[in-house]
Design a protein around this ligand. Structure first.
Ligand SMILES: [Zn+2]
Ligand SMILES: [Zn+2]
Length: 339
């Protein structure tokens, strides 16, 4: 089968790899029908954080193709969505709704577990990891439920968001746009989205957010719009020191700084005079589809949010190399690959 794999030199390639097989009695093999490319995949490829030959992709859905003997809730032919990572279900973290902190955490396409940008994927602990997809939920909507929509949701949860608060989101990529959507649906008074890209800013404006052009004047623009006070919650949705520097300058004293972008190594660019002196809560954010997806699916079905709108490009899996290059070049916001 075809799979998108890392070359180890900052790029990806298409490789013919063996189809996965059932290894544990609670595995399911899923035939992938749609997989999305995430900013995290680019991060893995560019650093490079993964060894050569790793199959990428933690955002995927498909059809149950084969079922291990101990799987109780799934059968061949069902349309299913996978969560982005596997957890044990038994440890303290899992029992208290903190699955991302599970010692058994394994991200699909993260170097150990094979990823979903492939013809088939082996899904361990399938009764927990998979969920049945209703026909009314589109592929694009469902793909956001694997990672980016629960991540957007978790940013607001960790910041203890309440209606009537103001936010500033630095970066109007897929996750930034979803934080804006969810915050507005939950009653945010104002959402200021900062980006350099006019097209992406226009999309933020279409959602009902207030676009702010990035650059030297962005901090001043947000502060002026909030009467000099700053916003209750600032969100770094880029994962760069520059974005975090902007975010900490626009957040009001006593507010929250949610770090949604991946900055896994080195300096965060936090300044004591911004953070400690002004009592800012700094909150690293990881999405948890295990705890949030029932709520988010209800929001989608009720028409409160339209997360599928952040996916604006589709390509066959066979065009993955070009699609990765175009994604890195910001030619679209987010893409689906079809095996
Ligand atoms: Zn992702
Ligand atoms: Zn666990």
């Amino acid at each position: 089968m075809l799979a998108v794999t890392t070359r180890g030199d900052g790029s990806v390639e298409l490789t013919d790899v063996p189809r996965p097989t059932i290894e544990a009695s609670d595995d399911v093999i899923v035939r992938v029908t749609a997989a999305a490319i995430c900013g995290t995949d680019l991060h893995f490829v560019r650093r490079p954080l993964l060894p050569p030959g790793a199959t990428l992709g933690h955002e995927f859905l498909g059809v149950v193709d084969e079922v291990g003997p101990e799987v109780e809730h799934f059968s061949v032919g069902q349309r299913v969505l996978s969560k982005m990572f596997v957890s044990c279900g038994r440890c303290r973290a899992c029992r208290t709704g903190n699955q991302p902190r599970c010692p058994g955490y394994q991200l699909f396409g993260g170097g150990v577990l094979g990823g979903g940008q492939a013809g088939y994927v082996r899904v361990p602990r399938a009764d927990r990891t998979l969920s049945l997809l209703e026909e009314s939920v589109s592929d694009a909507e469902a793909l956001t439920l694997t990672d980016i929509l629960p991540t957007a949701w978790e940013a607001l949860e960790r910041a203890r968001f309440t209606s009537g608060e103001t936010l500033s989101i630095i970066g109007s990529g897929p996750v930034g746009l979803l934080v804006a959507q969810v915050a507005l649906a939950r009653g945010a008074a104002q959402v200021y989205v900062v980006d350099f890209d006019e097209t992406r800013l226009a999309r933020a404006g279409d959602l009902g957010a207030t676009p702010v052009m990035g650059g030297a004047s962005a901090v001043e623009d947000v502060l002026r719009a909030t009467g000099g006070r700053g916003v209750d919650i600032a969100v770094d949705a880029v994962g760069s020191v520059a974005a975090i520097e902007t975010a900490q300058q626009v957040v009001a004293a006593g507010g929250s700084l949610a770090l949604v972008g991946v900055v896994a190594q080195g300096d965060l660019g936090l300044k004591a005079e911004q953070i400690w002196t002004r009592h800012i809560d700094v909150l690293p954010v990881t999405g948890n589809p295990y705890t949030s997806n029932d709520l988010l699916e209800a929001m989608i079905r009720a028409g409160r949010i339209d997360p599928g709108s952040v996916i604006d490009h589709e390509a066959p899996l066979s065009a993955a190399v070009e699609t990765y290059a175009a994604f890195a070049d910001r030619q679209f916001t987010k893409a689906i690959l079809r095996p």
